[in-house]
Ligand binder design. Sequence first.
Ligand code: 13P
Length: 249
Amino acid sequence: MRKQIVAGNWKMNNDLSQTESLITELKKIKKTSTAEVMVAPTFTNLYNAFDALRETDIEVIAQNMHFAANGAYTGEISASMLKSVGIQTVILGHSERREYFNESDAMLAKKVDAALANSMRVIFCFGEVLEDRKSGNHENVVGSQIKNALFHLEADAFKHIVLAYEPVWAIGTGETASPEQAQDMHAFIRKTLADKYGKTVADSVSILYGGSVKPNNAQEIFSKPDVDGGLIGGAALNATDFFAIVNAF
Ligand code: 13P
């Protein structure tokens, strides 16, 4: 069975005391679903969050990392640095990284390799912009984002990869992809994987949806057969809303 996952991407929000308060709130709420739960605080709060959530089943994950092991990359963080503070999973390829920090498919392929070489799990994000959706080019765009960054990998690597489809036009806009649009794209993604690696691999990879998932729409989106969970932005900054989404499974 594929894993169901709900991950909160806190983006560049919450200083140390806000992070601690949010974690205190998260710890008060009872999880009633079987989904794996993850939260991604900023780099400066990773260790405190990891430490505070040690005894819980909420995994603390990172929002990004560099591909190099170490060296002259001012301001960057490596996989081994993340691992040294307890982090086992990293989000790579978020559209905000692609757009504002010029992360290319080629760079992301190197980041994926570095994460896997360090035995980390990757949540690999991709998604089309509104223009591509409107012109009907969304599948081509998503297909090439996946192929360019991941298709050099051996099939076995997909045990450590979670995919996250995040249409750029739905991120932070309040405009969610309809459950049907999400399902259609997730089915296309699974077929793309199956064509390259076979059905067994394709059926084993969790594919999350991200983009304005809220307590009032999560259940319908998660009910689609190829949607295995969500990557949550804004709603993950509120413990009650986040757990309402987690418990929508
Ligand atoms: P929103 O849920 O705020 O639209 O953000 C989605 C996202 O980018 C998660 O990575």
